[in-house]
Every structure is written in C-alpha cells, then in structure tokens.
Design a protein around this ligand. Structure first.
Ligand code: NDP
Ligand code: 8X3
Length: 271
C-alpha cells in the first residue's frame, strides 16, 4: 500500500490515464477524488472501485472500507467557479489533497492551422491550459499551508517536438511543461514537488476524441504498433510520487519502443 492515507485529486478520471491512475491509486490505499464531465462514467468508476476496496485480496492487508477510497465529482475544468467550488466542498476525508494530477486534456483535429477549426483551438486552450491553471490555483494554497504536496501535470512529447497538425495542441502542452518548471521555482522551500509527465503515443480515447469520434481512423493510429497503455502511464506516475521525499522528478518523457524521431522535413523545389 504505497499511498496509504494520501488524498489524490485526479482530473479527467473517466477514461484513459486518469481512470488508470484512479484504479491504481485506490488499490495502493489512496483516497481518490476523481473528476470528469461524464457523470455516468464517474458512477461506473465509483461502483468498480467500491467493489475493489471491499475486496481484501485485491486491496492488500488494510483496505479502506467499501466506497471510502473514491469520491467522484462531475466537473468541467474549464469552469473556474465550478473548480473552486469542487475543491472547497470536498468532504473532510478528501479535503487535504496531497497529490494533484492535472490530467484532463485533449487534442482536437489534425489539420494544418490554416484549415483548423477555431472552436477546437479554443477548447484545447481552455481545457489544457486554463483547466490546469484553475485546478492548480485552487489546490496549491492548501499544499503550501500544509507544507506538503505533489503536483503531476500531463504534458506530452507534442510539447517538445513539433509535427504537422500538432499546432495548438503541442503549444498547449509546451505551456504545461514550462508551467510545471516555473511552479518548481515558485514552491522552492515549501516541501512541494512538481512533476511533468511527457508521454508519446498511448492507446486511450485520445485519438477517438481528436478525430471527432471516427473509430476507424482512431484505430488506425495504433495499427501495427505496440503503443503505451494507460496502465504504463499510471505506473510511471506512481513511481514519480513514491520517490523519497528529497527527490523531485522534474520531467519524465516516455515513448513506445516502436516510436522514435524522424529527420527534419525539407521542401525541395523542382528545377
Ligand atoms: P482520454 O481521452 O482517454 O481521457 C481524457 C480525460 O480528460 C477524460 O477523462 C475526459 O473526461 C477528461 N476531460 C476532457 N475534457 C475535460 C474537461 N473540460 N473537464 C474535465 N475533464 C475533461 O485521453 P488520455 O487519457 O490519453 O489523455 C489524458 C492526458 O494525457 C491529456 O492531457 C492528454 O493530452 C495527455 N496525453 C495523452 C497521450 C496519448 O497518446 N494518449 C500522450 C501524451 C499526453 P470527460 O470527457 O468525461 O470530461
Ligand atoms: C499525445 C501524443 O504524439 O499524439 O500527446 O501528440 S501525440
């Protein structure tokens, strides 16, 4: 039970990395406050994890009583007031957040920017940038007051390496990485750790969302490749948050073995 008695606040826990973190962290003894917009998914997560925390074999020797490991909050991280309210109204047992995982995020579209939908760009900026700002600003003061905490932000390789069609998405992730590093500078001396996670290709609902629900195109993204899994990312985050207190993992970049870098692209005129 590596996270016994720790409270973890996870945004975007209805799918992918966030859901895998919720499952793994409850298994490791944490109290998890799990957010997302889809209420039925949150309900399903609560049912699944309540059953889990009740199962002594799966939960280790000191499982939390049934249902006590998970608290779900329907929340759109783009709504600043809703974020503040959600944090302020956490039940007492979940109120002292020790680990914040700013995971909620999305890519929308793959067009070059001259053909990109501005509404998609706005939603990415509001979710991936403003959502992270709102959740961090709501939770960090409590960490400072308690002189204890760890913030894990989900950036991406797309924040460091450009690719065609990555335009606004990659730029939002570059924000997440630089914000993470700048937060480290701000919290020096406050016993708070900050970690930026920068994954490459991982199979979740990410591509389905990016391709506006086109399942065939989303499946094709992962064809013939063994991508990272949500469980791989959850395990990496668990590793980062369970290092000894004097160790801060600043950045963690990971990719499938079957993914790497290409050469610079050069446009050549025909002569
Ligand atoms: P998924 O699409 O599987 O999950 C995304 C989660 O974010 C969902 O739970 C979704 O919940 C939530 N979310 C989206 N918008 C909002 C919102 N406005 N408010 C609250 N929750 C929201 O994607 P992944 O698990 O793959 O992605 C998680 C993070 O990891 C993202 O930030 C993504 O950019 C990043 N990432 C993903 C990679 C990949 O290849 N999969 C690689 C690198 C980084 P709901 O719809 O219910 O609100
Ligand atoms: C998701 C990884 O390479 O599809 O952030 O942008 S990538």
């Amino acid at each position: 039970m590596m996270l016994a008695n720790k409270t973890v606040f996870i945004t975007g826990a209805t799918a992918g990395f966030g859901r895998a973190c919720a499952e793994l962290f409850v298994k490791e003894g944490a109290r998890v406050a799990a957010c997302g917009r889809r209420k039925e998914r949150l309900e399903e997560l609560k049912q699944a994890l309540s059953a889990h925390s009740h199962h002594p074999a799966a939960s280790g020797s000191h499982p939390l009583p049934e249902g006590e490991g998970i608290f779900t909050i329907p929340l759109d991280v783009r709504d600043q007031q809703a974020v503040e309210k959600a944090v302020a109204s956490l039940p007492k047992e979940f109120s002292e957040v020790e680990i914040l995982i700013n995971n909620a995020g999305l890519a929308l579209g793959t067009n070059a920017f001259d053909k990109a939908e501005l509404a998609d760009a706005q939603q990415m900026v509001e979710t991936n940038i403003l959502g992270v700002i709102y959740c961090t600003r709501a939770i960090l003061p409590g960490m400072v007051a308690r002189n204890r905490g760890h913030i894990v932000n989900l950036s991406s390789v797309a924040g460091a390496y450009p690719y065609p069609g990555g335009n606004v998405y990659g730029a939002t992730k570059a924000f997440v990485t630089q914000f993470s590093l700048n937060l480290r500078a701000d919290v020096l001396g406050k016993n708070i750790r900050i970690t930026d996670i920068e994954p490459g290709m991982a199979e979740t609902e990410f591509s389905l969302v990016r391709l506006h629900g086109d399942a065939a195109k989303a499946d094709a993204v992962y064809q013939g490749v063994q991508p990272l899994t949500a469980e791989d990312i959850a395990q990496s985050i668990l590793w980062a948050v369970t290092r000894p207190p004097h160790v801060n993992i600043n950045r963690l970049e990971l990719m499938p073995t079957q993914q790497a870098f290409g050469p610079f692209a050069v446009h050549r005129e025909k002569r």
